[in-house]
Design a binder for this molecule. Structure first.
Ligand code: WT7
Length: 656
C-alpha cells in the first residue's frame, strides 16, 4: 500500500470568490479552522453544542457520547425527539407556506408542496400506516418512484418510529426479496408503475414476484401508490391502494417520541463478500450530520433552491432529499425522470425553470452529459446557480473543469463530497466559502471529522504516500451496526489490526498532498464503483454461478469512460468452451440473467469464457491478473504461482 503513488498531477487551484465568501456560512479558512480547533479541543462539547442548536428535542439528552461498548457508539442516547417533527412540524410556525418540494414529473408536469401540505400528507399517511397496525420498530420496505410520495412514505415511517428500508426501483425481484427477508419487513410501500424516460417499469409486479419467492412470509401489507393507473394484479387480502388508505383519515398525527439511538432506517450496500450489508443508522446523530453538512458544505441559505439528483434508493437521496433539506426548511427540486429525456438538456432546463441555486449530481451523469451535449448548457439560463456538487466517485479533472466552466460559468464553487452509505453525511468536502479547490480532490474533512491516512499498522503515513482512509474518532452520523450481523460490522469497519479497533475503516485508499488535501484513490477491496454506486463482485459472481449453464465465474472492474467502472465477467461453463454464434448467444443470456437477478446496474459490459479461471496453487482466483486481462494490458505480474497458465490465452479473447 505505502508504495502506491498517484499519477494525477493536478496543479490548478480555484480559491473562492470574495462575492461567494462574503455571504457564506463559513466565510474563510479562519472560520473553518476555528470550528476544527473547537472540535479538537473539546470534542464532546463541540457535538453537544451542534446537537442542541440544530435539533429540536422533546426531552434533552444528558450524555453526549456513550463509548462503553465499542464500537457500538451511542450519541445523545437518553434524549428523545422525532425525526419527522424535526423536518416538518418545526417549520409550521415560521414558514408554513414556503415551498418544500418542487416536483417535476417525467413528462414535465409540476407539483408544488408547501411545508404545511407536506406535513399534512405525512401525518395522514402515518395514520394510514398505523391503521394497518404498523408500529414503532417494525421494518417497512419502500420500493417507489422518485416522487413526493417516496419522501412522504419515508417521513411517515419516521413519524411513527417504523424503520424504513428503501430499495432502489432498479433492483430486481430477487434483490428485493433478499432485502425483505433480511429485514423481516412487515409491509412494502410501492407504486403500480414507475415512469422514467417515457418508459413504464412495473414495480408492483416485481413486488408480487419477490413476495412469491420462498420465505417472504413476514409481509402483511402492500400499499400501492397509483402512478399510471395501468392494470396490476391485486391481492385483496394483502394489497391496498395508497389513496384508499388515506381516504377520510385524520391529518393530525402526534409524532412518536423516540430515543436518539432508535434506528431511523437501514439501507443495503454491497460488500466484497457475502450478502449485501444492511447499514443501520440512528435517528438524532444521523439527522445532525445531514444538517451540519447542509450548512457547511452546501452553504445552505434560506433562499436557496436545492437540487440533489440522487434517487431515494441511495444514501444520497436519504440524506440530501428526504431528510437534510427538509430539516433545514429548504426548498428543493425532486425529479422523477432521467437526465437524457426528452433530450440531454433536461437537467439544464430544470435548473433554468426552477431557478436552482445548488445543484448536486454524480460524475457519471456529468460525463454522459458532456458526451451528449458539451455545449448544451449554453442554451439555458443557468444564472441562478451559485454552488455545484459532486458525489459517488472521484471526479476526473476534465469533467471537473467542464462542470465548472460550462455549468457553473466559472462562478460557482464545486464541492466534491467524499462519504459513504455508512457515514450518513459528507466526511471530506470543501466548505465552499473557505477552501481553495483543486479539481479531483475532496479537500479537507468537515469540522469534527478526524479523517487520516494510515498504514497497515494504523500509523499515520506522511503526505504524498497512499494508505488506508480512516476516521479516528466517532462521529454522530456514523453507521451503528449491520442489521442482524454485529460481528460483521465490527470486523469490517473497526478491524483490530488498524487502530486497535477504534478507527472507522472506510475501505478506500487515499493520500494527502503537500498541502494536506485529501485525494481518494479508490476501493481497497473487490468492490466495483459503477455509475457512483458500489457493487460487490461477489454478488454478481453468485448471480452468474446460479445460472444452469455456469460452473464458475469471477468478476472484475475495468475503467469506463462514463460509468467510471464497468463489469467484466470471466465465466467457466459447465459445457464445452463456446465459440462463434453460440458464444454470443450465451453472453446475451447471461447478461439478461444478471439484470434479472440483481438489476440493470450490475449487467456485465463484457463476458469472456475459459475452461478454467487463473488460480494459485492454493486455489485462489488471481483477480489482479483478471483485471489486467480485462483492460487488455500486457501481463507483467509474476505468474509463477499460477496453476494453469495456458488458460490465460483463452481469457484474453473478448467475445465480439
Ligand atoms: C464509496 C461509497 C456517498 C454517496 C454515494 C456513494 C466512493 C463516494 C466519492 C468522492 C471519491 C467517492 C468511495 C466510497 N466515493 N464519493 N467524492 N470521491 N470517491 O455511496 O455506494 O456507499 O459508496 O463511493 O469509494 O467508499 P456508496
Amino acid at each position: 500500500m505505502s508504495t502506491i503513488e498517484s499519477v494525477l498531477n493536478e496543479t490548478r487551484i480555484f480559491p473562492p470568490s470574495t462575492e461567494f465568501s462574503s455571504h457564506a456560512n463559513l466565510p474563510s479558512m479562519d472560520a473553518y479552522q476555528t470550528l476544527c480547533t473547537q472540535a479538537q479541543d473539546d470534542y464532546l462539547g463541540f457535538w453537544k453544542k451542534q446537537a442542541e442548536e440544530n435539533l429540536v428535542w422533546h426531552k434533552p439528552f444528558t450524555q453526549v457520547l456513550d463509548e462503553s461498548n465499542l464500537p457500538f457508539f451511542k450519541w445523545f442516547d437518553d434524549g428523545e425527539l422525532n425525526i419527522s417533527f424535526n423536518c416538518l412540524d418545526r417549520h409550521l410556525d415560521t414558514q408554513p407556506d414556503k415551498i418544500a418540494i418542487i416536483f417535476e414529473a417525467d413528462d414535465g408536469q409540476i407539483i408544488h408542496s408547501t411545508y404545511r401540505d407536506l406535513h399534512r400528507r405525512v401525518c395522514q399517511f402515518a395514520n394510514g400506516l398505523k391503521s394497518l397496525n404498523i408500529k414503532k420498530g417494525d421494518c417497512v420496505i419502500i420500493y417507489m418512484p422518485m416522487r413526493i410520495e417516496a419522501v412522504v412514505a419515508m417521513q411517515a415511517c419516521a413519524r411513527i418510529g417504523a424503520i424504513h428500508s428503501v430499495v432502489f426501483g432498479g433492483f430486481s425481484a430477487k434483490s428485493l426479496h433478499e432485502r425483505i427477508n433480511d429485514a423481516g419487513a412487515v409491509a412494502v410501500i410501492t407504486a403500480d408503475e414507475q415512469v422514467r424516460g417515457g418508459k413504464n417499469n412495473h414495480l408492483k409486479a416485481t413486488v408480487d414476484e419477490a413476495i412469491l419467492m420462498e420465505g417472504t412470509g413476514s409481509i402483511k401489507s402492500v400499499i400501492i401508490y397509483q402512478r399510471t393507473g395501468n392494470d396490476i394484479a391485486f391481492n385483496a387480502a394483502r394489497d391496498i391502494w395508497w389513496h384508499e388508505l388515506v381516504k377520510d383519515i385524520s391529518t393530525d398525527c402526534e409524532p412518536e417520541w423516540i430515543n436518539a439511538e432508535h434506528p431511523l432506517f437501514t439501507l443495503y450496500t454491497s460488500g466484497s463478500t457475502g450478502k449485501p450489508k444492511g447499514v443501520q443508522h440512528s435517528s438524532a446523530g444521523y439527522l445532525l450530520g445531514t444538517m451540519v453538512s447542509m450548512k457547511w458544505i452546501f452553504d445552505y441559505q434560506p433562499n436557496d433552491v436545492f437540487w440533489c439528483t440522487a434517487d431515494v434508493g441511495w444514501i444520497t437521496g436519504h440524506s440530501y432529499v428526504a431528510y437534510g433539506p427538509l430539516a433545514m426548511g429548504a426548498t428543493q427540486v425532486i425529479f422523477e425522470g432521467i437526465p437524457t429525456y426528452p433530450d440531454a438538456g433536461r437537467f439544464w432546463k430544470i435548473i433554468q425553470d426552477h431557478k436552482v441555486t445548488t445543484f448536486y449530481t454524480a460524475p457519471t451523469a456529468i460525463r454522459s452529459l458532456i458526451k451528449l451535449g458539451p455545449n448544451l448548457p449554453e442554451q439555458y439560463d443557468l444564472s441562478s446557480l451559485r454552488l455545484l456538487g459532486s458525489v459517488g466517485e472521484p471526479i476526473n479533472p476534465e469533467a471537473w473543469i467542464w462542470y465548472y466552466k460550462k455549468v457553473g460559468q466559472s462562478r460557482c464553487p464545486i464541492v466534491d463530497t467524499w462519504w459513504q452509505t455508512e457515514t450518513g453525511c459528507h466526511m471530506i468536502a470543501p466548505a465552499p466559502g473557505a477552501v481553495p479547490l483543486k479539481p479531483g480532490s475532496c479537500t479537507f474533512p468537515l469540522p469534527g471529522i478526524f479523517a487520516a491516512i494510515v498504514d497497515e499498522a494504523g500509523q499515520d503515513v506522511e503526505n504524498g504516500k497512499g494508505g488506508f482512509l480512516v476516521i479516528k474518532r466517532p462521529f454522530p452520523s456514523q453507521i451503528r451496526t449491520l442489521w442482524g450481523d454485529p460481528e460483521r460490522f465490527k470486523k469490517t469497519y473497526f478491524p483490530k489490526d488498524i487502530g486497535q479497533g477504534k478507527y472507522y475503516l472506510a475501505g478506500d485508499s487515499a493520500y494527502r498532498d503537500k498541502d494536506g488535501y485529501f485525494w481518494i484513490m479508490g476501493r481497497v477491496d473487490d468492490v466495483l464503483n459503477v455509475s457512483g454506486h458500489r457493487l460487490g463482485t461477489m454478488e454478481i459472481e453468485s448471480a452468474l454461478a446460479a445460472n444452469p449453464l455456469v460452473a464458475e465465474a469471477a468478476v472484475v472492474g475495468k475503467p469506463h469512460e462514463i460509468k467510471g467502472e464497468s463489469v467484466v465477467a470471466f465465466v467457466v461453463l459447465k459445457g464445452a468452451l463456446p465459440s462463434g454464434k453460440e458464444a454470443i448467444q450465451i453472453v446475451d443470456e447471461l447478461r439478461r440473467w444478471v439484470v434479472k437477478e440483481i438489476g440493470p446496474i450490475a449487467k456485465p459490459e463484457e463476458i469472456r469464457f475459459g475452461e478454467n479461471l487463473p488460480k494459485t496453487r492454493s486455489g485462489k482466483t488471481m483477480r489482479r491478473l483478471l483485471r489486467t486481462l480485462a483492460r487488455n494490458e500486457e501481463i507483467t505480474q509474476d505468474i509463477s504461482t499460477l496453476e494453469n497458465p495456458a488458460i490465460l490465452e483463452q481469457l484474453k479473447q473478448a467475445i465480439k
